[in-house]
Design a protein around this ligand. Structure first.
Ligand code: NDP
Ligand code: GDR
Length: 370
């Protein structure tokens, strides 16, 4: 039975990858941070009581800033594969916490590689590094592929640039099987709530259900190549199953503006939007609603631009070329953008229907037991 160790197991990708590896028969070990609130929501359905026999998912407390902790866990687990997904992954927040991001996202990668080397596991342990399309930053070439020059535009991207090159360096210097997956944006119903897609699908669901009036967003003009996280974790696994360690771009090859993602999300609940104005004055009003389930006021302003969400330096256009990964890995996509928006909207509508029910009826129900 193969053993995998995942940093960032409590995140979006960590959760889907754990599901995939357990299905494939792996014993999965994950590193989680100590937090004052439970932070394992995304993997709770996979959790097994450690007192049971034959436990396939094991969690260890740890942190990418703590070399001794990482070295001890790697020594104890002796993993066949390490997936380094742990990171402070929010680009806007990285401008506020640049030193921390350098430590976790940049040096954290080095700590994993160096622990594997010092423990004499270079022959045994294969390493996947979660690299990112943010490395491309300021447009040098489109579509972006494995050979496109990097030009990072945020402390996050600069830290990930270090992670990328230190992975390449350890592969070349010590003949390690260490690879970068250069993944373009990927989303899902369990995407973090402050990334733009999830912020939109949550707000649209709440607006349709009468639980929120307005959605405030930043730059509506940037373009992203969005895929579904379920498809992308399959690529991570494939990257570690090859004869030769290499880096791969994982993308859909289709790019869309934030504005169009907003329109598509509203369309899922039968609401058509009208965009007015430009830049910070931009607003969107409800033009029509053909869904009898929602009592929507036509002409109501539901979206406004708020400059607080602008970034000091922005990445305007991302569009990836997945040719290499399709040809060499045999990687295929199950979801297109429409399927992704549908999956996220269905899940958020379901989530907020519960909230609405509690808001409208819950108080009385609770009072019955007082
Ligand atoms: P999330 O933000 O959902 O998850 C990040 C994970 O890293 C969480 O488990 C978090 O723990 C953990 N983490 C944060 N700081 C530390 C630390 N100091 N030590 C240990 N663990 C830490 O990210 P995603 O799942 O979306 O992304 C996974 C990886 O892929 C990240 O490295 C990200 O930068 C990269 N990436 C993501 C893309 C995407 O579109 N999703 C695209 C390209 C790359 P906690 O739950 O406690 O916060
Ligand atoms: P990104 O994702 O920066 O591409 O990084 P995010 O969803 O945060 O932003 C995408 C684009 O949307 C614009 N935007 C807003 N973004 C946020 N978060 N909130 C807003 O209100 C808002 N309004 C407009 C942004 O300016 C940007 O242009 C993600 C992360 O998962 C990284 O970890 C990963 O490496 C990259 O994707 C690939």
């Amino acid at each position: 039975m193969k053993k995998a160790l995942i940093t960032g197991i409590t995140g979006q990708d960590g959760a889907y990858l754990t599901e995939l590896l357990l299905e494939k028969g792996y014993e999965v070990h994950g590193i989680k941070r100590r937090s004052s609130l439970f932070n394992t929501d995304r993997i709770d359905h996979l959790y097994q009581d450690p007192h049971e026999e034959n436990v396939k998912l094991k969690l260890h407390y740890g942190d990418l800033t703590d070399s001794m902790n990482l070295t001890r866990i790697i020594q104890e687990v002796q993993p066949d594969e390490i997936y380094n997904l742990g990171a402070m992954s929010h680009v806007r927040v990285s401008f506020d916490t640049p030193e921390y991001v350098g430590n976790v996202d940049g040096l954290g990668t080095l700590r994993i590689l160096e622990a594997v080397r010092l423990l004499g596991l270079t022959e045994k342990t294969r390493i996947y590094q979660a690299s990112t399309s943010e490395l491309y930053g300021l447009v040098q070439e489109v579509p972006q592929k494995e050979t496109t020059p990097f030009y990072p535009r945020s402390p996050y991207a600069v830290a990930k640039l270090y992670g990328y090159w230190i992975t390449v360096n350890y592969r070349e210097a010590y003949n390690m099987y260490a690879c970068n997956g250069i993944l373009f944006n990927h989303e899902s119903p369990i995407r973090g709530e402050t990334f733009v897609t999830r912020k939109i699908t949550r707000a649209v669901s709440k607006i349709a259900l009468g639980l929120q009036d307005t959605l405030y967003l930043g730059n509506l003009n940037s373009k992203r190549d969005w895929g579904h996280a379920k498809d992308y974790v399959k690529a991570m696994w494939l990257i570690l199953q090859q004869d030769k360690a290499e880096d791969f771009v994982i993308a859909t090859g289709v790019t869309t503006t934030i504005r169009d993602f907003v329109k598509m999300s509203f369309a899922e609940v039968g609401i058509e939007l009208d965009f007015e104005g430009e830049g910070v004055d931009e607003v969107a009003k409800i033009k029509s609603c053909n869904n009898p389930e929602y009592q929507i006021e036509i002409g109501k302003t539901v979206l406004r631009v708020d400059p607080q969400y602008f970034r000091p330096t922005e990445v305007d256009l991302l569009i990836g070329d997945p040719t290499k990964s399709k040809e060499k890995l045999g990687w295929e996509l199950e979801y297109d953008l429409e399927g992704l928006v549908k999956d996220m909207m269905e899940s958020d509508i379901k989530l907020f229907k519960k909230d609405k029910y509690l808001k409208e009826g819950g108080h009385d129900i609770l009072n019955q037991y007082e």
